[in-house]
Design a protein around this ligand. Sequence first.
Ligand code: GAL
Length: 672
Amino acid sequence: MERKLLFNKYPKLIHGGDYNPDQWLGYEGIFEEDIRMMKKAHVNCVTLGVFSWAAYEKEEGQYDFSWLIKVIDRLKEENINVIMATPSGARPAWLDLKYEEVRRVDINGKREHHRERHNHCYSSPIYRQKVEEIDTRLANAIKDKNNVILWHISNEFEGVCYCDKCRKNFQKFLKKRYQTIDKLNHEYWTGFWSKHFNSFEEVEPPYANGENALMGLNLDWKRFTSEMVADFMKFEIDTVRKITPDIPVTTNMMMFFEPYDYRVLAKELDIISWDAYPQYHNDYQSLAATFNEAGFTHCLMRSLKKQPFMLMESTPSLVNWREYNKLKKPGVHELASLQAIANGSDSVQYFQIRKSRGAYEMFHGALIDHNGRDDTRVFKEIEDLGSKLERLEEIAGSTIKARAAIVVDWENRWAIREAKAFCSSDKKYEKTVQNFYGALMHKGIETDIIASTDDYSCYDVIFLPMMFMLKEGVAAKLKEYVKNGGLLVGTYMLGYINENQLAHLGGFPGDGLMELFGFEAEEIDTLWPSEQNYLIYDNKKIEIKDYCEILKVKDCEAVATYEEDFYRNYPVVTRKNYGLGTVWYQAARFDANDLLDIIRKDLVRKGMEVIDLPAGIERHVREYDDKRFIFYLNESENDAEVEVEEGLELLSNQMIGGKVTLHKYQTIIIKA
Ligand code: GAL
């Protein structure tokens, strides 16, 4: 694999975070002290101006970038790079008061007051015009500053507007998608409950007290809002690109964010970045399980472009906006940061460098605390991590080669949520895909998270957890993949609907997949939380929860069967050879770790090395050219023994290999 550096002129791991010197302009000496502390903590990059609109344009049309330029120049003297944010994430009060249309209309159809941030109407021409003005001036102000390495477009795009302009844009979107209202009526199945529309103008967004009973419409609203925000983001990108064509662009994404399809946004970006705030040390799951959720998101972010991504924000200690704001225990910040690196991030960044003195996030963790000291536990942990990241410089630009893929489509996720079926409150789609990711990782199998429409040819095995929606052409692709030798694993709920949420007719899994899998999924039973079924495989009793499909077998092998209920002895795991490949099916929900044990022989037959990592250990391999960096992270609460490859351990600079003990929260990185 070739090295894919994010910044050719800066071939290092980035360490830094959001920095808001504009909040401290009246405080003598603070800026120089910040620089001293940053240097001490090995900070090499800061993100400026995320919420600085009011500092640049205090009054309409009166611009002042002088403080910014001084900051950028001084940072340059200290070899600190800058990620330059466009300030569109929060609007000044004067703008909101003068131009009401920039304020969002909520799901009840009510216009918001000026408040907080991230709440703009993306259809508003005035908002666009104002953003274009400020972005253009900002880009002109910084265009010659060669320590500016990246644009950070806006901040954490989120939310939806229900104003009249957005409604009209939605109707335009529908017209483009369906061409005729008859087609829309058919796809939305509007004969049900007399929902027929005579024109696109009659179709409204799903207001809280409006139309919510048309599944296809709800789905289209989500598609529309993703496209809308991507369009707005692209408009900002085009604005700054005109002036600074050589500065790449990113926007900071959020976890496994549900409302927008991040693939639609990713298409417009050069670099993927995200903000990680997992709820460490909670009272409902193990630390390792929390790490697994973050690991899944890292994997998703890496997969969006199959190149290194950036951890744009994290907290070095605690957040302040949860109900209970726990500290990260000593060592956990380093572990979480190195988890990001292990998964392909080329940066560790924080919100924020200096803790704000007041307002909403004044008690949120930061590099520099209110006490201003550089000998606090948190500062010392960051300083230590910073020096380690410097030593890991050659890892920058390496990435992970995955032979397995998990298919995750946002549209499928939305459709599952919308479906009036199964368990209505939580169908656990997210947990299920994370469970597959974690199980594969624990078997030492690197995974990409892909879309059903992506190319499958580079993967030896593909998993389709809860792939309820089968888009046009996907069934044929899956068949082709297996025919050519691929290993395919489907689960319950496969292929029930098409992309407009109409059922596939003629039996599930639809669109010809019954032939591939060799059965028909005739019924599905939803279990009460207190209920379970089970199967026995290799003398192990495996518990089944939530969903049991009843299969009518045509020509597949029943590898395991249900032990209880009226479908006792019906197949729950099936296998079939098809062309040069093999398909497996998991008809009920049970742990993906057990499923992988069941299909293990076929994984090995595909030439995959299947290992069993001890519980709580995460392992990844980043590589380029002939260099391999193998990470082992102990995310459990105990020391653990692990069998590792021989090579130079980069954090201790010692040769290691064979059985080693990893202390709790310890990471080792072997160059092999
Ligand atoms: C992020 C946001 C930052 C800050 C941070 C604090 O979601 O982008 O501006 O609010 O959370 O946790």
